[in-house]
Design a protein around this ligand. Sequence first.
Ligand code: GAR
Length: 205
Amino acid sequence: MLNIGVLISGGGTNLQALIDAQKTGIITSGRITLVLSNRKDAYGLVRATQNGIKTQVIQRKVCADNETFDRQLLEVLRAHQIQIVVLAGFLSILSDAVVKEYPNRMINIHPSLIPSFCGKGFYGLRVHEAVLQKGVKITGATVHYVSDIPDGGDIIMQKAVDVLEGDTPETLQRRVMEEAEWKILPEAVELVCRTWKEKGLDCHE
Ligand code: GAR
C-alpha cells in the first residue's frame, strides 16, 4: 500500500470519489493517509474527517512568502511519508521545488480535454465558462502528471463529455464531474499507485 496525500481547496467531490473508490475496491494499491488544504473552510476537510483521514491546512496567505508555503507543504508531506500526491481541485500553483520532489508521483485532475482550456487562469467554473463561450460541442476531463508547466505534464487519462444546448457553467461542471472526473480520477490513482508498487516503491506494509 502506498501512502496517498490528496491536496484540495474546496468542496472535495473528487476527494469523495477517491474515498468511495477505496471502499468499493477500485483503489487497492494505495490508501489516502492525508488530506491537505490551502483553505481552512474547504468542505473537503469535513469529508476527510468523517472518513477518519488526517487533515492539515496550510494557507498561502499566512505564509511570509511562497517559499515558506512550499517548504511547509513539503515538510508535511514528508512527515506523513506521502508517496503519491493527488491534486483534486487544488487551485494553487505549486513551485518547481515541490513538483520535483514527486517526479511522476504527483497527478492532477483538470476539467477539460487538455490541451484545450487549460493553463494559467483556467480553473473551476472558469473552464466551463470558457468552453461555453467558445461554443465547442465536446469537452471532458483530463488526469495528468504534474510538471513545471501548469496543466502541461504527460496525460494519463481523458474522458469526453457532450456540451448540451442550454448548458450553464454550473450544469456543465456537474456533468463533467459526474461523467468524467469522478470516474477517471480513481482509475488513474489506482494505475499510478500500482505502477509504482510494481517498481518497488512501498514502505508502508
Ligand atoms: C474540479 O472540477 C476539478 O477538476 C477542478 O476544480 C474542481 C474541484 O471540485 N480543478 C481545476 O480546475 C484545476 N485546474 P471538487 O473540490 O468538488 O473536487
